[in-house]
Design a protein around this ligand. Sequence first.
Ligand code: MG
Length: 268
Amino acid sequence: MRREHIRLLINRLTAILGLAVAPSLSPGLVAAEGYTDTPFLPDAPYRVHDPERPQPAVVNPGPENAAILARPPSDAIVLFDGTDLGAWTGGPWKVENGTMEVISKAGDIKTKESFGDMQFHLEWATPTEVSGKSQGRGNSGVFLMDRYEIQVLDSYENPTYADGSAGAVYGCKPPLVNASRPPGEWQTFDIIWRTPLFEGDRLVRPAVVTVFHNGVLIHDHYVLPGKGHHKKAPAYSPHAPIGPIHLQDHKNPVRYRNIWVRRLDPES
Ligand code: MG
């Protein structure tokens, strides 16, 4: 029996018995990095953070190069140009050498301005010096409208549950592929976001997202089943059609640079 088969068998037995594989792991967390005690997703035959959800195939996005540092287009609102955190509240994080860096436990930061439908660009790098594993390695995140997280994580040879890997819509959908660069190298997200719309308490249009990671398509008009949660099923709760963009302090010194946004016409 191959190792992979043994692992799957152990996962199945674990799921049936509702037991953790090792007593040192938190309840429901299995050795393959995931949970078997979480609810099923509404739009896929997997549990939230399912260890058996297939890992996205690895794609080499090509070398880090100057093209990455894309100049903002003329109609962009620049949120960070390397000099200061004037467009943000919270933190504060460290600004140095044209980058901002998460200060552990300083807290998340949010844009002062709010956005709805948008094209959003940011560049990020996980620490060159690797420490931790799974969700503890280079974790941060981009929360669109203060809610919907596109995961920032060191997913270079770092297995974790698929819906929590780099570029995942956290707790909902893994990226189509794993286009991660090695730790310390600059990476890009280009995100096209269509906000959900509510009439009173009723959802009339779900959120839709398209994402490129290092220029590689990782979500293609994905219709979100709601706001993803840690270990809970995604769900919508009504909110305004605009909200701040927020970056996560997950206690890892992740760096960001060159952040800009273009507002999109909701009718376009
Ligand atoms: Mg995160």
